[in-house]
Design a protein around this ligand. Structure first.
Ligand SMILES: Nc1ncnc2c1ncn2[C@@H]1O[C@H](COP(=O)(O)OP(=O)(O)O)[C@@H](O)[C@H]1O
Ligand SMILES: [Mg+2]
Length: 274
């Protein structure tokens, strides 16, 4: 499978009180075209930081070393302006805190339409139809009302789903979804995950799915990278990890997952074997 995004030996550190603290230590991972990979790890393990570094959106206060290759080019060498141009069109990250991605002064509908317009959808009716269908596809009730509302009137989870829906419509090469199904009910979670699976099945868009939930990742990701304290401690298909996980933390997660698997199988519509 063609590699679309590759992170090689990524180190990120931050200076605090004149001392450098390492946050990421030699993180390497690769994403194939049309593949969905999962990044698994508990809070603070470095999942978001890894993908923000890949996107080139870390503040100047962070020192970054390592290589990021995207579509065969070493983008870690590019100017910040060139990297900015790639974002949205070629690589999109749906943040854990989506409020920052919206302008508080404009309605959701206006901002969605603007995004669609920038991506070349010139026909107004087409844009309006797309806006409504995105809201519906993302399981947000009352599309008409939502489109006329302002960002503060929607929950973080709803805003995140608006972003996911837009990204899926615009189909960049890579969508990075940072904990996109946290704090939503099981049915909605199942539907959102199904949308991710659909877009991956089309074959052109790759997804990096960040989660602390192995059950969710087992449903969408073909391979999983496990992070702990700023390092990748295990990687591979879930079935491989079950046999040869090296890290204690991974083994602990797998054990809990096995105990809860029945519940996940029911939740994600698989035939439960328990
Ligand atoms: N602005 C910051 N300043 C200092 N440390 C930070 C900052 N942002 C994140 N970190 C540290 O980096 C580590 C990884 O954070 P993050 O990638 O957000 O974790 P995750 O997404 O896995 O929950 C954490 O230990 C966190 O404390
Ligand atoms: Mg995070």
């Amino acid at each position: 499978m063609e590699t679309i995004l590759e992170i090689k030996k990524l180190n990120v550190s931050i200076q605090q009180k004149k001392e450098w603290h390492e946050i990421l230590k030699g993180v390497s991972l690769r994403v194939g075209r049309g593949e969905c990979i999962g990044i698994l790890g508990e809070s603070g393990s470095g999942k978001s930081m890894t993908m923000k570094a890949a996107m080139g959106i870390l503040d100047r206060q962070f020192k970054t070393e390592g290589v990021i290759n995207f579509k065969g080019n070493e983008i870690s060498k590019l100017s910040s302006e060139s990297r900015r141009r790639m974002r949205g069109r070629e690589m999109t990250m749906i943040m854990q805190q989506p409020m920052t991605a919206f302008d508080p002064l404009y309605t959701i509908g206006y901002q969605m339409e603007e995004t669609l317009l920038t991506h070349g959808i010139k026909n107004r009716r087409e844009r309006l139809n797309l806006c409504s269908s995105i809201i519906e596809k993302m399981c947000i009730p009352n599309a008409k009302k939502v489109l006329s509302q302002y960002p503060y009137q929607l929950s973080g989870g709803m805003l995140q789903r608006v972003m996911i829906g837009l990204a899926m419509t615009l189909k960049p090469d890579v969508i990075i979804a940072d904990e996109p199904t946290t704090a939503i009910d099981a049915i909605t979670q199942y539907q959102i995950l199904s949308e991710f699976k659909k877009i991956v099945a089309e074959g052109n868009t790759s997804v990096v799915f960040i989660s602390h939930d192995i059950g969710v990742l087992s449903h969408v990701a073909s391979r999983i990278y496990v992070m702990n304290s700023g390092r990748v401690v295990d990687s591979g298909e879930l079935s491989q990890l079950k046999v040869n996980a090296k890290d204690n933390y991974t083994r602990k997660l797998l054990k809990t997952y096995e105990q809860l698997r029945c519940q996940y199988d029911v939740q994600f519509g698989k035939e439960a074997v328990c």
